[in-house]
Design a binder for this molecule. Structure first.
Ligand code: HPA
Length: 271
């Protein structure tokens, strides 16, 4: 697997003169963060050796390298979900390739269901911790010591300095910003009311079908992580409405301008 990761990284590095240290994964309906990048190069996933292909509507399947606010970044426009049938090693593959591109900081975004009664559709939530509700973990299997330790510490997964930065940026730009715990599970079903209730009771503020596997792989490799969720639907008794993937995409776009601004300012602050 390590060889495959290195082959993919080498293929990408041969196509760019930039040396990005920040990687960004764009969630459902949030691809337009990539439009804010002054692009140097765009590579279709299908071109990159070993890369999986995105099968989900709303996920483009492109790797973009360029500048945000003058800072070099690599962005994945389209991620791989466990529910697509990929095993965890495929889901984590792009993050591991990023490590070999020289990425030290990972910014992840996603669309999620809101469980905290303070949340409204379109709100942004900085992820300050997560709960892994996947029935597996990307680190199961022989440990690749070159990537990281057998038993990685998870006491501080989301970088507190970046969280502080994000709130300062939000204050300056009058962006409404929450923070909370993200629970990641397989999908592809949305939750039943009883499941939303359960996930709230165990301590989550938002729930979605991604992010946790990539973040675990990133922390294994000692990357600094920042995560942000856009609340696209509400999973609170009395407020639960029928939801479709199309609705999630549409609602994710509602606050895209602020998300793009926040990410761009954060990139500048942490670089
Ligand atoms: N549940 C799970 N995943 C999601 C949701 C949700 O309510 N909204 C967007 N992704």
């Amino acid at each position: 697997m390590l060889k495959e990761i290195k082959v993919a990284a080498k293929y990408i590095l041969n196509k760019t003169n930039l040396s990005p240290k920040i990687g960004i994964i764009l969630g459902t309906g949030l691809g337009s963060i990539a439009d804010s990048i002054k692009k140097e190069i765009e590579i279709d996933y299908s071109e990159i050796p070993g890369f999986p292909l995105s099968t989900v509507v709303g996920h483009k399947g492109k790797l973009v390298i360029g500048l945000i606010n003058g800072v070099a970044v690599v962005a994945l426009q389209g991620r791989f979900h466990f529910y697509e049938g990929y095993d965890m090693n495929k889901v984590a593959f792009p993050v591991r390739v990023m490590k070999y591109l020289g990425i030290e900081t990972l910014i992840v975004s996603n669309a999620s269901g809101g469980l905290n009664p303070d949340f409204e559709i379109g709100d942004l939530m900085v992820i300050n911790d997560h709960i892994n509700l996947f029935p597996t973990n990307p680190l199961i299997g022989p440990n690749i010591a070159e990537l990281g330790p057998r038993f990685p510490d998870m006491s501080e997964v989301y970088n507190p300095t970046y969280i502080k930065n994000a709130f300062e940026i939000a204050k300056t730009h009058h962006i409404k910003l929450h923070q909370g715990v993200y629970a990641g599970l397989t999908g592809p079903t949305f939750e039943t009311p009883a499941e939303y209730k359960y996930i709230r009771i165990i301590g989550a503020d938002a729930v979605g079908m991604s992010t946790v596997p990539e973040v675990i792989a990133a922390r294994h490799m000692a990357m600094n992580v920042f995560g942000i969720s856009v609340i696209t639907d509400i999973g609170i008794a009395g407020s639960i409405e029928e939801i479709t993937h199309e609705q999630v995409i549409e609602n994710a776009k509602k606050n895209e301008k602020n998300l793009v601004l926040l990410v761009a300012e954060l990139v500048k602050a942490i670089h």
